[in-house]
Design a protein around this ligand. Sequence first.
Ligand code: UT7
Length: 329
Amino acid sequence: MTLRPVRIAGTGSYLPEKVLTNQELEKLVETSDEWIRSRTGIRERRIAAEGEFTSDLATKAARNALEQAGIEPSEIELIIVATITPDTLTPATACYVQEKLGADRAVAFDISAACSGFLYAMEMARSLIAAGGIQNALIVGAEKLSAFVNWSDRNTCVLFGDGAGAAVLVPSENGGGRILASHLGTDGRQTELLNIPGGGSCCPITIDNAEENLATLAMQGREVFKHAVNAMRRASEHAIESAGLSAEDIDLVIPHQANLRIIDAIVDRLEVSKDKVFINLEKYGNTSAAAVAIALDEANREGKIKSGDHILLVAFGAGLTWASAAIKW
Ligand code: UT7
């Protein structure tokens, strides 16, 4: 079977209006703007409004991507939403997005792969289009992490933010841009390093444990940091090599936006120059599955990616999971 090449036809993103600054966090927990900036690079993050859900953020990002791709919602055949903060445990957030977009033809489901979710979704969609099963796909990374953060835990509450990013994938014309290679990985032995322990079938929230904040993010930051650097470096090398490229061929790296120090460590090891790395975490914090998708859209709309450029996307998150993609734009 001949596999069709697949390209990104449009990108989109949406960030909620409300800005939460480091200075405002100083009033909530014992922290400082100086600590947050020097340890993470984050200055502020966005917080969704009370009645604004993950599917609302996803739908707005999706509309932007569809508009840029010149594709109507009614034409979309597949919607994958990557999220760890779904509107409801079931149905999938993608079902709400399908309804809000009016994308009646689309099959819709979610992927739970934390911060790597958008790149997992990209590879699933790419494979289905490549095999000829579908003609297009809408992939979205969307999170309302503010609803799953323990606002009295300074170890985590300063790190995360809300937002959504999306992309539309279609078959590529001969010689045009395409996804060249991707690499996905999982290490299920490390589930305890980063998780939301409660609210699932193993630990339902009950009257007895309601005050323990079990349905919020818990992280062993230092351990996660070490794994993140190693896994993202290896995933990057994998994608670059599988694409038949070398590090100097990469025009732009779009890494997961969790921590500036993690990004610096990866860039040093990959020997890519720092001016080729897209960073926006100072504005949004860590938006998990949305981070790479938002950064891709901002880089695209700011004109930082030209036709023919080679870009590298790379992410890492709970699971542990990691993922990378080398793309010719
Ligand atoms: O998106 C999925 C992947 N996630 C990540 O990649 C996150 C990976 N981890 C990290 O980015 C970093 O580990 C953190 C930013 C979470 C933490 O930075 P760190 O340099 O590893 O700090 P630490 O956890 O080693 O804590 C150092 C100190 C501790 O105090 P002691 O024990 O040395 O007295 C913490 O209690 O900093 C303290 N601390 C804080 N102080 C002020 C922790 N959080 C804060 C805070 N404000 N918000």
